[in-house]
Design a protein around this ligand. Structure first.
Ligand SMILES: [Zn+2]
Length: 683
């Protein structure tokens, strides 16, 4: 008999990548970090893989690994970002998952590919989200998962059936999600969040003799950690957990919370949890992973769940489709009546586009179901796009077939991403989380239009206009317009960016930029001398486009680029601001410091020096904002240089691009432009 205390960490962030480019754009609100993924990585993820603990008298001070003593899941979209942008954290996560018996499936749980509310998903989507999540897990941990985390712990019986059919053995829910329990051959007893015995596992009986094991988190303790201040004192936390251990039993007390609670939502929460774990191990109980605790343990009690239910809506899963009253960040008088039309619009789009893409795909592949399910192997990196097409297409070598098949799969992936649950979670649709899902919808609509000529945009926007923000004059159509305003990258703008970087010289031009691959190809007979031909390939769809570009410098930092595809097409002028901050920063830095330099802080110092010798221009503003926005971290002296450059630019009353500077000015706490960026506000 062993008393066990455990922590479960759910690590997740909404996907922030620009879905056209595959890179995360700068987020000024995360300053001085580049974006919230980076900020939360430094505050939480990197902190949680190795906590530096002081001595508590019994032991030396040293590094402690909380994850190796617990259980966790990492949302696949977040894990992919960590793999590409925080390889040290990814390595530690995968290493610590092997702490118990060298078996990651005893420590790490899988999660569906997209953080969607599974009970609200179409049944085939639900099955693919689970299958893709398992494929992602197997590719990362080299073992099949035993447990799966459900986004928002949103559950119903159909969802559990899907999990069980895919070999998942258990999931984690919160105490309030149980309605009735019974022991073997016993009577059913009604339970609630306070009367459910969460110290033992339960089983949910499913069809065809299958069942799903459920472990419940201790609701009161979990809430005191997530929303109270219990995490501020590791000793008090450990003692509170011990209080809840059933005496003389082999029961469990499990604390379940978002991983970001530790270090991000609660500063130094990483220290609190590590200290609590060490104290528990020393003095009171075994701490271990869920998989280890469940291994060989008979599950004798049965549970009936409230379905559908979740851990952050008292009304089931209404929070993700109606004005149920549950919200975060609301103001007096606000409503969430926008949730219903947002979901209805996206459901409509998914059904229309989904039916059409199945018809299109059926012409090209042997089995639509197998193809869409197997696309998870490509997303997980377990199969190449070429292998995938060869395995499924009826005539894989026919011209254009590869790209058509992959584009259809991408339309489907973007549709699924447009159901990312965060879009409905908060108080108003004018927030970034809702824009994120609209961007995925825009990618799906745009790809369908280009790939097989189906244009659903007008009707989708009509439906979306029923979405009403709490901010005056903002409805779904306005929100859609904002998605449009955001630069939508395509082969033309990517080729223009590559031409600009090539012009900057010194080998600065990147041949790989997010989802895109670029290379220069030789001139054709009759090409003008300043024309550069760029071969552009979209890595996800293998679609290749040859683009003609002309790029030349104008002034110290100015740059003019034009591009076209066909010899008879008109040239399109690509605005500096539409090239992307990463391109402008790279070219401007090359010109200010030296060819191919990535010394952004030095570049801003040089810009300040430039501005002392000549009048400022809009290009200076674009360059300053771009250089400041691509930095991964800004030193105090770099920030001082940015302030000097802002002062120099703000003192020029003729500058048109003043509004562009406003977010940067706000980020560095400088009121030089006034709160609105209005020139008249400048002193
Ligand atoms: Zn609710």
């Amino acid at each position: 008999m062993t008393r066990t205390a455990g922590f479960f960490f759910h690590f997740y962030q909404p996907p922030r990548e620009d879905p056209w480019l595959g890179l995360v754009a700068n987020e000024w609100s995360a300053w001085p970090s580049h974006d919230w993924n980076e900020r939360i990585t430094s505050e939480c993820y990197r902190a949680m893989v190795a906590v530096s603990l002081a001595s508590d008298g019994d032991d030396e001070a040293g590094l402690f690994e909380p994850l190796a003593e617990s259980s966790f899941d990492v949302g696949p979209t977040l894990h992919h970002w960590l793999e590409c942008n925080a390889a040290d954290v990814d390595r530690s996560l995968r290493h610590q998952a092997r702490h118990v018996a060298d078996a990651p499936s005893l420590v790490a749980l899988a999660a569906p590919m997209v953080h969607a509310i599974l009970p609200l998903a179409r049944s085939e989507d639900r099955a693919r989200l689970v299958a893709w999540g398992i494929a992602d897990y197997v590719a990362r941990f080299h073992e099949r998962p035993r447990g799966m985390w459900l986004p928002e712990t949103a559950v119903d019986l159909d969802t559990l059936e899907v999990l069980a059919a895919r070999g998942i053995e258990y999931t984690v829910l919160m105490a309030g999600q149980a309605v009735r329990v019974r022991d073997d051959d016993g009577e059913w007893r009604e339970v609630d969040a306070t009367t459910l015995d969460t110290s033992r596992p339960y089983r949910v009986v499913l069809s065809e003799g299958r069942s799903m094991t459920v472990v419940f988190g201790h609701r009161e303790l979990s809430q005191r950690v997530a929303f109270g201040d219990l995490i501020a004192d590791g000793t008090a936390l450990a003692d509170a957990m011990v209080q809840e251990l059933p005496p003389g039993d082999d029961g469990l007390v499990l604390l379940v919370a978002d991983g970001e609670t530790y270090g991000h939502h609660h500063r130094f929460g990483d220290l609190g949890v590590a200290w609590a774990l060490r104290r528990l191990q020393r003095h009171f109980a075994v701490t271990t992973s869920l998989g280890e605790w469940l291994r060989g343990r008979p599950v004798t009690s049965e549970v009936e769940l409230a379905t559908a239910s979740s851990w952050s809506c008292a009304h089931g899963v209404e929070r993700w489709r109606s004005d149920c009253g549950c919200t975060t960040g609301s103001s007096p008088g606000w409503h969430q009546g926008w949730r219903r039309p947002l979901r209805d619009s996206l459901d409509w789009l998914r059904d229309e586009l989904g039916a059409s893409l199945v018809d299109e795909l059926a012409v090209l592949v042997a089995s639509v179901d197998d193809t869409l399910e197997d696309y998870g192997q490509v997303l997980a990196g377990a199969a190449s796009a070429e292998e995938f097409v060869t395995a499924h297409a009826k005539s894989p070598r026919a011209a254009d077939v590869s790209s058509r098949v992959l584009e259809l799969c991408e339309v489907y992936r973007n549709l699924l991403l447009s159901f990312t649950s965060c879009a409905w979670f908060f108080a108003d649709p004018a927030e970034i989380e809702t824009s994120i899902v609209l961007r995925y919808a825009a990618v799906a609509i745009g790809l369908a239009r280009r790939s097989w000529g189906l244009d659903l945009e007008a009707e989708f926007v009509t439906r979306l206009s029923a979405v009403e923000s709490n901010r005056a004059g903002v409805d779904g159509a306005v929100l859609w317009g904002r998605v449009h305003d955001h630069t939508r990258h395509d082969a033309l703008s990517v080729a223009a960016g590559f031409a600009a970087e090539t012009l900057a010289g010194g080998g600065a031009a990147r041949t790989v930029r997010g989802y895109w691959r670029c290379s220069l190809v030789g001139p054709h007979a009759g090409d003008a001398e300043d024309v550069r031909r760029v071969d552009v390939t979209h890595a996800l769809t293998l679609r290749r486009t040859q683009v003609q570009t002309r790029a030349f410098r104008a002034g110290t930092l100015g740059l003019r680029v034009a591009a076209r595809v066909g010899d008879d097409d008109a040239w399109t002028d690509v605005r500096l601001a539409d090239l992307g901050a990463d391109v402008v920063a790279l070219t401007a830095t090359s010109w200010l410091v030296s060819a191919g330099s990535l010394d952004y802080e030095r570049a801003i110092e040089m810009l300040v020096a430039e501005l002392l010798t000549r009048p400022a221009s809009d290009d200076d503003a674009v360059a300053l904002v771009a250089i400041a926005s691509v930095q991964r971290w800004v030193s105090p002296s770099g920030e001082a240089s940015i302030r000097r450059a802002l002062f120099a630019l703000a003192s020029d009353p003729a500058l048109d691009a003043r509004a562009l500077l406003a977010p940067l000015a706000r980020a560095v706490g400088l009121d030089v432009l006034g709160s609105s960026g209005d020139p008249s506000a400048v002193q």
